[in-house]
Design a protein around this ligand. Structure first.
Ligand SMILES: [Zn+2]
Length: 324
């Protein structure tokens, strides 16, 4: 019997109507071998670029349903759990990264903005911002904030200086297919900005099957740096710059606990925060608040993510030909 959320092995109909074979690397089309079983899911690793991906990808409809929930592992949409100060710090950090990467922020499209803190900050500083977010209530809230939040990705129009996928590409069933559609919306000098886990970082290699970012079914493809370069390279994009992105203490704790215990721990902690908030308990609220800040502290020495900037290869001058 087929397990819910998974599809039988075979070609996958992708975003742009192409067929992708699940037994080859989604990044570079290399061969893959079995890497880790996480729960009932199997990750395979590319022999060529080291990218990890689910051996059997979740069905798109199942993922769409999953992302209507307020409480997915990777992105809580429950606004009662927000810590405005922490969100502001994180948004400033992201804006600094964008500035350091030297991208244009005149017209920006963000795929999967979550609660939209970055999109709102960019819009507030004068950028023309369009987003597409699967979580419908969040889409409505973003519209209330004056953001052009699309109902459907196929309605994306216009040209953009920068297209941002911040913690999103690892969720895509067919990242190459989605990027190839988005690329048509980049201006000539436009850039992709991608933040994602690096499955070739030393912490991932050390943690192995306990690596906290092996999160099926949400995390479908976990790119290595080489794999992401190969994937974007297939679209004629080159890596212009990247920055390591420090990890948070909660991710280290999750790797140490292992996925099953980490899930229980996260559920317990989020429940405690909701209870404390509802009871408006003074001292307990402060203790839980301090605990959250500690868990959200970024450790500069350990980086499991990178922020990449990819741009189109400049066109060859007339008379210069590719070697045959
Ligand atoms: Zn590969």
């Amino acid at each position: 019997m087929r397990q819910p959320g998974r599809r039988p092995k075979g070609p996958i109909l992708t975003f742009d109507g192409c067929m992708r074979q699940p037994n080859i690397c989604a990044a570079c089309e290399g061969d893959v071998h079995e890497a880790f079983a996480v729960g009932s899911f199997l990750y395979v690793r590319c022999n060529r670029c080291g990218t990890l991906q689910l051996a059997e990808t979740p069905q798109q409809d199942d993922l769409r349903q999953l992302y209507q929930q307020d409480d997915t592992w990777t992105s809580s949409k429950d606004t009662s759990l927000d810590d405005p100060q922490q969100e502001q710090r994180e948004t400033r950090r992201r804006l600094t990264a964008l500035r350091d990467l030297g991208i244009g922020v005149g017209r920006v499209f963000e795929l999967g903005p979550g609660q939209g803190y970055l999109a709102r900050a960019l819009a507030a500083s004068g950028s023309e911002v369009t987003v597409f977010e699967l979580h419908e209530e969040t889409t409505n809230r973003l519209r209330d904030h004056g953001i052009n939040a699309l109902r459907d990705l196929s309605s994306l129009q216009g040209q953009y200086d920068t297209i941002i996928l911040w913690g999103v590409i690892e969720h895509l069933e067919d990242p190459f297919g989605v990027l190839s559609v988005l690329q048509k919306r980049l201006t000539l000098n436009g850039s992709f900005v991608v933040l994602t886990e690096d499955s070739s970082c030393w912490f991932a290699r050390m943690a192995g099957r306990r690596w906290s970012w092996l999160l099926p079914p949400e995390h479908v493809v976990l790119f290595s740096r080489r794999g992401l370069e190969a994937c974007l390279g297939r679209l004629g994009c080159r890596l212009v710059a990247y920055r390591s992105w420090p990890t948070v203490i909660r991710a280290i704790v999750s790797s140490a606990l292992g996925q099953e215990r980490a899930l229980k721990w996260r559920h317990g902690f989020r429940t405690a925060r909701r209870l404390v908030r509802a009871s408006q308990g003074g001292a307990r609220s402060r203790i839980v608040g301090v605990a959250k800040r500690i868990l959200d502290t970024r450790l500069r020495l350990i980086c499991e993510h990178k922020v990449y900037r990819f741009s189109m290869e400049p066109p060859r001058p007339p008379g210069i030909h590719s070697p045959s």
